[in-house]
Design a protein around this ligand. Structure first.
Ligand SMILES: [Zn+2]
Length: 232
């Protein structure tokens, strides 16, 4: 399975694939915390699932990789089925409830590192029944990790994927800065970090057509993460 590593060794961290060729990976994180669930229940926000992103990727037949939290999958089973049903989409793991397993990771709620292994294992159990292109890729919330966190993942045989192009889409107020941030830094083998969380990343779907056009102009082609990381 893509991303699988020998059980019992510290999880490797990758930021990008080989700088040869023309492939780049578009990755979309699906965060979900208890606070976000409370906002949905109270009607303060409408949705944390940006269906316009899926519409566009499907229409243009663009490959992508989705880092899913367990709580997002449980809140959006139909959207998860839609992702899993697309042969161009890969599914990856982004923890169960988007907690940080290090101190001082932005303003994320933190959880003891002793709970990391069980949290990530539980998330795989939530994602796996959906089938499709399953992987052993894992991304830490906020990309926050240290040696203890990587060691805690050793029993799971995963690859930790950070990324080398940060779109900066969380809480963005305009789409143009996202397009700039991506196109100014993207190179062959890049892993672009975006979010599919709508209310918390409302400009991503507006930026995406311009990002796709800019990639085409640069001769870069979106591909599933597993294809971009080959040889990394
Ligand atoms: Zn996240």
């Amino acid at each position: 399975m893509p991303g699988a590593t020998p059980i019992g060794t510290r999880a490797p961290v990758v930021n990008h694939g080989p700088r040869t060729g023309a492939k780049v990976a578009l990755t979309f994180d699906a965060d979900m915390t208890d606070a976000m669930l409370a906002s949905l229940r109270a009607g303060r926000v409408k949705s944390y699932a940006n269906l316009r992103i899926l519409d566009l990727l499907e229409r243009e037949q663009v490959p992508a990789t989705f880092f899913l939290t367990g709580k997002w999958v449980q809140r959006y089973p139909d959207v998860t089925r839609r992702i899993a049903g697309n042969p161009r989409f890969e599914l990856a793991n982004h923890t169960y409830g988007h907690a940080a397993f290090t101190r001082d990771c932005y303003d994320l709620p933190s959880q003891p590192v002793s709970e990391l292994r069980a949290d990530v294992a539980k998330t795989f159990e939530v994602i796996e029944p959906y089938g499709g292109r399953q992987t052993r890729y894992f991304r830490f919330p906020g990309l926050c990790h240290d040696a203890a966190a990587l060691d805690a993942l050793a029993p799971l045989g995963v690859t930790v994927v950070d990324g080398d192009v940060v779109s900066g889409d969380p809480f963005a107020k305009a789409w143009k800065p996202l397009v700039r941030a991506v196109l100014d830094h993207v190179r062959p083998g890049s892993v672009v970090i975006m979010h599919v969380t709508e209310a918390n990343a409302a400009m991503t779907d507006e930026a995406l057509p311009h990002i796709l056009a800019g990639l085409r102009e640069r001769g870069l082609t979106p591909a599933p993460l597993s294809e971009v990381l080959v040889g990394a």
